[in-house]
Design a protein around this ligand. Structure first.
Ligand SMILES: Nc1ncnc2c1ncn2[C@@H]1O[C@H](COP(=O)(O)OP(=O)(O)O)[C@@H](O)[C@H]1O
Ligand SMILES: [Mg+2]
Length: 429
């Protein structure tokens, strides 16, 4: 069955950059740039149009981690189907994230971490990799291999991301050969998004007062600089080690900010870290439910954000061993840095935070000993969980730092409530 669609006023509902993506014929279509530039919605629109107007399509929509699909890419497609009033043409299966069009074309969603599912899908005709900076290059190359052979329809891989780190494999893979005819690069910022709301725009542009690197990445869409990172060194691992000396968890509470839970396994001077939970808009009860359903240990200590004693009590009432963490930031960072850090590949939010967690710079470019209070939720949870063992050795440092460095000292006129709103948005895009 072919479906007639009228695209005569498509430019009223799509940004110009999205129309460029629709026109692209190259195998690799790269949509990168600042936050809020319409990258995700634009690609989803393009895919829906192709799904309706081309024959025999099975689109694979990929993110690194399966659990992030429901609230991101899957929701985006459902929203557009509703806004464009196409409900009659699609059936949506929530149980395994599959959207089928009346003409037989399909959208299948999967996390890279669900490799069995990916292997089992045959006849893929195109792929969208959302937040591609979360993937390793080997994840990408395997997907690329999947998209071979003859199909009736044009085979393409759409790739979207914020350029968070100039060390990323994406830069080397797609930006070093300007003459590669297989690659189309489309750059966008919020200025290219005619649908962006004023509040979003305001919060984004305020980044200029917080950090130039974050402003460059999320507002200008330029590749992030690695200078001044708090934790520049860490290794990626696939799994946590099964054998270890001891284990601890850390929690940073949030609601409009993400609620973050991290697990840390200790072996000598090595720590092995995995993000367990990172969600916005969740209550303590929802976190507890997650902990109960996902095997969080009731024997091992959970160090929590000390500003929230009621929440700690609720967690204890559910049978866990939660206690207040030591708050001193610099001593906590020193404690984390005294270990060799190993982070699981699926800890996507932790990896995103660690790549932009930097020391504050003064106007002349000198690095101060205060980290930028931003994008640090799961990093705070990590600090809480680690900073206890060597507390005794650092007590003199704590006392000394109390007098010399003011946590709020670097504040440059941006209120904390605004910052919080900003974290929220940045964490969602
Ligand atoms: N075509 C569109 N129609 C309506 N709103 C849009 C459209 N494209 C983008 N937006 C608005 O802009 C915001 C940011 O778009 P999004 O695609 O999420 O940006 P990015 O992926 O670049 O961060 C969305 O939350 C939405 O409010
Ligand atoms: Mg996006």
């Amino acid at each position: 069955m072919s479906i007639e669609i009228d695209l005569s006023n498509i430019d009223e509902v799509m940004n110009l950059k999205a129309l460029e993506i629709l026109k692209a014929q190259e195998r690799f279509v790269i949509s990168y740039g600042g936050s809020g530039s319409g990258k995700s919605i634009g690609i989803a629109q393009v895919i829906l149009i192709r799904l309706l107007s081309e024959e025999t399509h099975r689109f694979l929509i990929i993110r690194k981690v399966h659990r992030t699909i429901r609230n991101s890419v899957f929701q985006t497609f459902k929203d557009i189907i509703n806004i464009w009033n196409l409900q009659k043409l699609f059936s949506i299966r929530e149980s395994d994230f599959r959207i089928t069009c009346k003409n037989g074309n399909e959208l299948i969603f999967s996390g890279i971490d669900d490799s069995e599912k990916i292997k089992s899908i045959s006849g893929i005709t195109s792929i969208w990799i959302e937040e591609a900076s979360e993937l390793l290059q080997k994840d990408f190359e395997q997907l690329n291999l999947r998209l071979r052979g003859e199909t009736k329809s044009k085979k393409q891989i759409y790739i979207s991301f914020n350029p968070t780190s100039s060390n990323s494999w994406l830069k080397n893979r797609f930006f070093s050969d300007k003459n590669d005819i297989d690659i189309k690069i489309i750059h966008s910022t919020y200025l290219d998004n005619k649908f962006i709301d004023n509040q979003y725009k305001e919060e984004l542009t305020k980044l200029i007062d917080i950090d130039k690197n974050l402003y460059d990445i999320y507002v200008l869409g330029k590749w992030g600089e690695l200078k001044g990172l708090v934790y520049p060194d860490y290794k990626l691992i696939q799994e946590l080690p099964e054998e270890y000396e001891h284990r601890r968890y850390g929690i940073d509470f949030g609601f409009s900010n993400p609620m973050a839970l991290v697990e840390v396994r200790f072996i000598g001077k090595d720590v092995y870290i995995r993000e367990c939970y990172y969600e916005v808009g969740q209550t303590t009860q929802q976190l507890i439910q997650f902990m109960q359903n996902n095997g969080i240990s009731k024997q091992d200590m959970i160090r929590c954000d000390s500003a929230e004693p009621d929440r700690i009590q609720s967690i204890n009432e559910a049978g866990f061993r939660a206690i207040q963490a030591k708050k001193n930031i610099n001593s906590g960072i020193d404690a984390v840095k005294s270990y060799n850090l190993h982070i699981t590949e699926d800890s996507v939010n932790l990896l995103r935070e660690i790549q932009s967690y930097k020391w504050v710079e003064d106007r002349t470019g000198n690095t101060l000993d205060t980290p930028i209070k931003m994008n640090d939720h799961i990093l705070d949870a990590l600090r809480y969980s680690v900073f206890t063992d060597i507390q005794k050795h650092t007590i003199s440092v704590i006392t000394a730092k109390k007098h010399t460095s003011s946590f709020f000292g670097y504040d440059n006129g941006v209120s904390f409530s605004n910052r919080n709103k900003l974290f929220h948005n940045l964490n969602n895009f």
